[in-house]
Design a protein. Structure first.
Length: 485
């Protein structure tokens, strides 16, 4: 859902904004969003939420009632509040395509604008991208674990509030879900809506056969019968078979759904009974607190499941509550057109940021398989040209922590620049791609990564590196910082 009020920001963004305004420090600045580790102890993540973010940035402003609220806090000067009343984002935003496979320490997006407007956007950027990237990543893992099967997102009732449910449905569709139970998300985003029946439907009828027959009469096109209300193997499946045979005589198909019990055992037994009855086209859907680990176990065991209903553990992130995205200043303008790189230094090497205005390059081998992502300088203080990567040349690429680890690579194909201009002077560039296009693109890109990066347990670590020139800049600033201590 669109958020129009620029009060959707952290309080410190506004106190800092007034400080920048009072000290005349509202110079141009560059911020980047990146994340520190893959969620779910996995080998990759999925970038999601960009479409929602771009839409919200265009309308992000302080409403009159917002200004009145801030005035009532007694902390902000009237002239600053007058400044905020005319606030809108007038800068530029570069980002990867939504639905790209992404990795820690590389910029997912880059924002350039006045220091105040960049600071105020921080909360919105992190809220939208962190949550949707978490859910899209989870869903992609579920989809891969299912053997790229049919996944139904059933999470509305367990999602974190109304916006959480809507955003989760959008992100889950990008990640590989075939559809959603959330009707509003279906309307808003054009996602196919799906559902079967509740136990209450069965319980509201005299018996299971009557419930299934009534449902088939109302919805004769591929109805799905919930067969575990009372006893799956003693009653539910037999009632479904009775009704299913009538449908088969009319040339129609149906399915059954399991929502409890030993899914592997029950699905195997149900499949046997369906096939013995001649209903070989009947499908089996399963649900019941599923996640990627359970689904992969069932898939590996050969459970005859045609589709998977996943809710709670997909739309909430399951065992990983948040995506570790952060938003950091990487450069600021000291003279017209001259940006000086900025760095945050930390005793924890993984929290020391990589300075400068950067591009991310995806390097592939001659077969089109991804080899590494490389960070390079787009511009830097005193630099006339950005870093270039030329096919046919040999490069040394360095670990982003600026330590001794590096590897040599003979560039075989043209490197792909991942960050592209999306907003220029406050306005979106070009039409947004459809969710279907984003979803299809993710599935295609996952094929360009070796299986070792996608396995659930102990995945191989994909290389995110930086050019020698960027490493030299980072080491120079670290040395400069340490020299001042």
């Amino acid at each position: 859902m669109s958020i129009n009020s620029a009060l959707f920001t952290d309080f410190y963004s506004l106190t800092m904004a007034q400080g920048y305004w009072k000290q005349d420090l509202n110079r141009r600045a560059v911020f980047e969003m990146f994340f520190r580790r893959n969620p779910f102890e996995g080998g990759f993540a999925v970038f999601a939420g960009l479409g929602s973010l771009l839409e919200q940035i265009e309308g992000f402003s302080f409403l009159p009632e917002d200004i009145d609220y801030l005035d009532g806090l007694g902390l902000f000067e009237k002239a600053f509040l007058d400044y905020l009343s005319a606030f809108h984002f007038s800068g530029s935003l570069w980002a990867m395509d939504e639905g790209r496979v992404v990795f820690p320490q590389e910029p997912l997006l880059r924002i350039e604008g006045g220091l105040i407007e960049c600071q105020i956007l921080e909360g919105l950027v992190l809220n939208v991208v962190n949550f949707q990237s978490l859910i899209a990543t989870k869903t992609a893992r579920v989809w891969l674990a299912s053997g790229k099967g049919a996944i139904m997102e059933f999470g509305l009732r367990r999602a974190q509030g109304r916006d959480g449910a809507i955003s989760a449905s959008r992100a889950a569709y990008i990640g590989g879900a075939s559809g959603t139970s959330n009707v509003l998300a279906g309307k808003q985003f054009g996602i196919p809506v799906m559902g079967t029946m509740a136990h209450s439907w069965v319980m509201a009828h005299p018996n299971e056969e009557a419930a299934f027959q009534a449902y088939a009469d109302i919805y004769p096109k591929n109805p799905v019968f919930l067969i575990d209300t009372y006893d799956t193997l003693k009653s539910g499946i037999h009632s479904a078979i009775t009704v299913g045979k009538r449908l088969a005589q009319e040339g129609k198909n149906f399915g059954v759904r399991l929502d409890s019990g030993d899914i592997h055992y029950l699905s195997v037994e149900v499949r046997k009974l369906l096939d013995t009855a001649g209903l070989t086209r009947a499908t089996i859907s399963v649900s019941n607190d599923l996640d990627e680990s359970i689904i992969q176990t069932l898939t590996d065991a050969g459970a005859p499941v045609n589709s998977w209903g996943v809710g709670t553990r997909m739309v909430t992130g399951g065992n990983d509550a948040a995506f570790t995205g952060v938003y950091k200043l990487t450069a600021s303008e000291t003279a017209p057109g001259r940006f000086v790189p900025a760095i945050k230094f930390s005793d924890n090497p993984e929290k020391t940021t990589t300075p400068g205005i950067k591009q991310v390059w995806r390097i592939r081998d001659s077969q089109g398989m991804a080899v590494a992502d490389v960070l390079s300088l787009e511009t830097s203080a005193g630099a006339e040209e950005p870093d270039t990567l030329v096919p046919g040349k040999r490069y040394a690429f360095w670990h982003p922590q600026a330590d001794y680890r590096h590897f040599y690579h003979d560039l075989e194909t043209e490197a792909e620049g991942l960050l592209k201009l999306r907003i220029d002077r406050g306005r979106q560039i070009g039409p947004a791609p459809s969710l279907e296009t984003i979803r299809t693109g993710l599935k295609a890109e996952l094929e360009t990564f070796d299986h070792s990066y996608k396995r659930l347990l102990n995945p191989h670590v994909y290389k995110v590196s930086m050019t020698e020139r960027l490493r030299a800049l980072k080491l120079e600033l670290i040395k400069l910082y340490l020299g001042d201590l």
